[in-house]
Design a protein around this ligand. Sequence first.
Ligand code: ZN
Length: 332
Amino acid sequence: MATLVSKVQATVDFEKNGKQFGYLDVPHSRDDSGWGTLRVPIAVVKNGSGPTILFTGGNHGDEYEGQVALVKLARALDPKDVAGRVIMIPFLNYPAARASRRTSPIDAVNMNRAFPGERRGTVSQLIAHYVSTLILPLCDLVMDFHAGGRTMTYQPFACIHRLEDRPLFDRTKAALLALGAPISLVLQELDAEGMLDTQVESMGKVFVSAELGGAGTTTPTTVGIADRGCRRLLAHLGITRPTAENTPPTRFMDTSGPGCYTISNHGGLFEMLAELGATVKAGDPLAQIHSMERPEEAPIVYRAARDGMLIGRHHPAVIQQGDFMALVAYDA
Ligand SMILES: [Zn+2]
């Protein structure tokens, strides 16, 4: 028997015109289901020739705006209104989304550190490998929705990375601005290896992401940004007709300079002193940490290292040494 490119089998045909709901069937032989399969939902809407866009949600399971927006988009899209192809995977790390976890409860893999995946890996690595080898080559643009998950919250923004390939960066920035989030950001990643982002960019394709809300839930505001962003990106690529509305103003910001990230060097009771979205000056207090072992001690105060907007924060009320605490962005 010839070796298959992937052990994952799609029940949809990516070349077929029309709308299809199906699954990526991932072999998952286990104690309670010897010949079991993990079925990851996927939807494809195609009409004739034109660009291909991949939308993904649930890359981290506990980040839900993309998941909500994409199940709605998949139901709503009419192939008649499409020129090209729209591929939607609302729950990329499906077991993690079901369990409201960042990582998979099956193999403990963080999907967004698993790319390009492994052909003979665990279920998460198999999904990443299938996407890398069989879906990404079809795509012109990938939009991957994130949020803060259960441990972070954000002032909602869409984001891209600084790229050495200038023409690719210019196309990526144009897509980011077309998405029309309230804030558009150049994000400096703490650990970019193994991310879907890095894989798509290494293939010379446009990659846009977003960090919308957090705390493991959604709000009308954050889902609305995802809903409208999907529509605007489709129109930007010419897959759907331009919408009547003008793209709303966006605030273009950056986090790639020094002093944007604050990482906690203490554990204890976490008290935020600045609101998300607040303008801060270098030296302003961001948060303080109270000792839970020695409450008589003065709290440790963490201060902004630069001027900007507080755009991300640690969410739980208890913090540990090494946790991400705060992200300050500045106007680009
Ligand atoms: Zn995420």
